[in-house]
Design a protein around this ligand. Structure first.
Ligand code: SF4
Length: 179
């Protein structure tokens, strides 16, 4: 699917906004990694897609930058408190489902970066000492990659802080193998 159609298809599927960037222009902030260790999402150490199992910040950056282009996807939700897990969890799950649906429609190999860590299995097989059940579908979140999402949103002309009562989530589809 060409880039113009990809953008149009994203909006058609229900994303609030979509934009394309070069992965070389993404900003990675290694000092974000300790935020994962605070484990506000509850996935630290208990999910293959999250630190420390997902890999170092440098390994994550190289994983993204092995693709040339990134489609940045935003959804917006009537959620007052971005820390309210009861509202945030299903919204992020829906955002991730839409992202996967779009990638399937695109029909080209690529890397999904989710709005949250992988939630394809409950619990993640890592907690049972088993290998990942769906390594091809597993996705890590923007935070696990230490991507500076606020900067990215600005670059894409998207609101990061959407004002009272509205919370935005972001994901990416990286595509176009390098070299
Ligand atoms: S696919 Fe399942 S086992 Fe693999 S990272 Fe996701 S939740 Fe864990």
């Amino acid at each position: 699917m060409d880039e113009k159609r990809l953008l149009a298809k994203a909006l058609e599927l229900g994303f609030a906004n979509a934009a394309l960037v070069n992965t070389e222009d993404l900003v990675f902030i290694p000092s974000f990694r300790p935020l994962c260790e605070e484990n506000l999402c509850g996935k630290y150490g208990v999910n293959y897609s999250c630190p420390p199992a997902c890999g170092s910040v440098d390994e994550m950056r190289l994983r993204v930058q092995s693709w040339r282009r990134a489609l940045v996807l935003q959804t917006m939700w009537d959620i007052e408190d971005p820390l309210d897990g009861a509202q945030v969890k299903p919204a992020k799950a829906q955002h991730n489902r839409l992202t996967r649906e779009l990638i399937n429609l695109a029909g080209e190999p690529g890397l999904m970066v989710g709005a949250s860590g992988c939630s394809l299995c409950t619990p993640c097989a890592i907690t049972e000492g088993q290998p990942c059940r769906f390594p091809e579908l597993r996705y890590s979140c923007m935070s696990a990659y230490c991507i500076f999402v606020k900067d990215l949103a600005q670059r894409c002309g998207m609101e990061y802080d959407c004002g009272p009562g509205v919370t935005a989530f972001f994901s990416m589809y990286c595509f176009g193998p390098r070299g």
